[in-house]
Design a protein around this ligand. Structure first.
Ligand SMILES: C[S@@+](CC[C@H](N)C(=O)[O-])C[C@H]1O[C@@H](n2cnc3c(N)ncnc32)[C@H](O)[C@@H]1O
Length: 481
């Protein structure tokens, strides 16, 4: 981020609240050179850590991770954290007067940047001398490989507008929020200052937001008066040393402690874990956009990765003509088609024009249904068809084989157009990586390779379907003779 250098050089305090761009070492350094032993701290605080669980360096996961140094059977409790160890921002309303400036600031953070809210609490604890959580905080990475810290050139290197937009939005927010914090805290008495009088810069806010987004878990918090548990993001010391896998061998469980009836957080072995195997949790079925923006890594062949496109009639006309589909009318739908588009929320007063390809659905149902309806030759059948079937790729050509062939060909052409928006080809990207680039360039290039691969995979899948349907069409034509 452009602000980091200026922010770092202006700091004079002992305990800096900053984050520099990720160094090119094999894993990011911790906040202090020799932080306290986290396992010993958790145990001392009344938690439990299975004797086979160890913290180890992991090249594969770019940092530290947990490993089993001997075999562990399925169902074993691996870590138990008592109620007072997780770090959360439970209730702004119940904070005392010192915290109210913090609560006031937290209320100004937009909901989508929830990590910044808890980040404020983390910064407060980082600044507080003698903080209960210092043994945990000092073990946090000093730097994060998320794109808000990329040099401008590498933000551009992502080549994907939705993520570029998010990165710019986050950077702009951090710069504005730095000013807002200055305004809010300028006349505050030292004992009411939430950061112990330390200055907070965009770069330290970015550090805190990234620490939270890459490590917090959303768990049940306290019960509301109506008995419903609300979801609260929490930082889980030690548990957050587990790296991610879509095939995890451990999972998080929340349970009531039978001794004091308070909620405790556990990690339990989901399967037998062999000696030297890492303990892995599933962070969620996320696209690479989220993995990159929040966690600073990219998953190869991520089954949940997808491409966002804008539903646009003129573009679809161009795509279907390029695909050899005759007389498309995406930009001038008939009134009955317009009605179905409204039902799909692709037309009308406040349409949601963001559609996706890739991921589990391959083609977002709304886009598929729209194409089927707009390329259908038979108004009656289309109008009477159940919308859910029209949205489903597994539904066998609901509006006829010829329509589905035209739909898939149009989608393939749309994919070609989407690929053309990337300034480089996958082969160019691969040779750039082979030449050797900085850590952030590598991540940006890996990210865009994966995005382009999603499009290529969708094209491959749709081509298969066109082939299959074409053979069916031929058989039907033969039979009709
Ligand atoms: C919850 S922390 C896990 C512990 C972390 N590795 C550490 O050194 O403290 C999440 C971070 O670990 C790394 N990570 C986790 N799973 C990963 C994966 N499957 N591939 C690459 N990096 C991963 C990323 O840097 C991510 O932001």
């Amino acid at each position: 981020m452009a602000t980091s250098k200026a922010a770092i050089s202006s700091l004079t305090h002992l305990r800096h609240l900053t984050c520099a761009a990720s160094a090119s070492s094999s894993y990011p350094a911790r906040l202090v050179p020799d932080p306290p032993n986290l396992i010993a701290w958790v145990t001392r605080e009344g938690g439990y850590v299975h004797p086979a669980v160890k913290i180890a360096h992991s090249h594969h996961f770019n940092g530290l991770g947990l490993v089993a140094d001997q075999q562990i059977p399925t169902g074993t409790d691996l870590i138990i954290l008592p109620d007072h160890i997780p770090l959360s921002f439970r209730s702004f309303e119940s904070e005392d007067s010192v915290d109210s400036a913090l609560a006031q600031l937290a209320r100004q953070v937009p909901e989508e940047l929830w990590a910044m809210k808890l980040g404020l609490k983390l910064l407060q604890e980082r600044a507080k001398l003698g903080s209960f959580w210092w043994p945990y905080i000092s073990n946090l990475p000093q730097t994060y490989s998320v794109p808000i810290f990329f040099p401008g050139e590498d933000i551009k290197n992502l080549q994907y507008a939705p993520v570029l937009h998010q990165v710019n939005k986050r950077c702009r927010f951090l710069l504005d929020f730095e000013q807002e914090i200055k305004r809010t805290l300028v006349n505050l008495e030292p004992d009411k200052h939430p950061f112990g009088g330390l200055e907070v810069h965009a770069s330290s806010l970015g550090w805190a937001m990234s620490a939270v987004s890459s490590r917090a878990f959303r768990l049940y918090g306290n019960k509301r008066p109506d008995g419903v548990h609300i979801e609260v993001p929490m930082m889980l010391p030690l548990i957050d040393m587990c790296n991610h896998s879509f095939s995890p061998n451990a999972r998080i469980v929340q349970e009531q402690d039978t001794d004091n009836m308070k909620m405790q957080v556990k990690v339990v072995a989901e399967m037998a874990i062999k000696e030297d195997e890492p303990l892995l949790l599933n962070y969620g079925r996320l696209s690479n956009d989220f993995f990159l923006l929040d966690y600073g890594f990219v998953i190869h062949s991520n089954p949940y990765d997808c491409i966002e496109l804008k539903y646009n009639g003129a573009l679809l006309d161009a795509a279907s003509m390029a695909a050899g589909v005759s007389s498309p009318n995406f930009s001038a739908p008939a009134p009955w088609q317009e009605l179905i588009l409204s039902q799909l929320n692709l037309a009308g007063e406040a349409p949601d024009l963001k559609v996706t390809i890739g991921g589990q659905e391959i083609v977002e149902g709304r886009l598929l249904a729209a194409l089927r309806v707009l390329l259908a030759s038979d108004k009656e059948t289309a109008q009477n068809y159940d919308l859910n079937s029209l949205k489903s790729l597994s539904a066998e050509a609901p509006l006829g084989v010829a329509t589905d062939i035209a739909v898939f060909r149009t989608l393939i052409a749309l994919c070609v157009i989407a690929l053309g928006h990337f300034p480089t080809k996958i082969t160019d990207d691969v040779s750039l990586l082979e030449q050797g680039v900085s850590e952030s360039s590598e991540l940006a290039i890996q990210f865009r390779i994966q995005k382009k691969s999603v499009i290529v995979d969708v094209m491959r899948e749709l081509s298969k379907r066109v082939k299959l349907l074409s053979s069916k069409e031929t058989v039907t034509a033969e039979e009709a003779k």
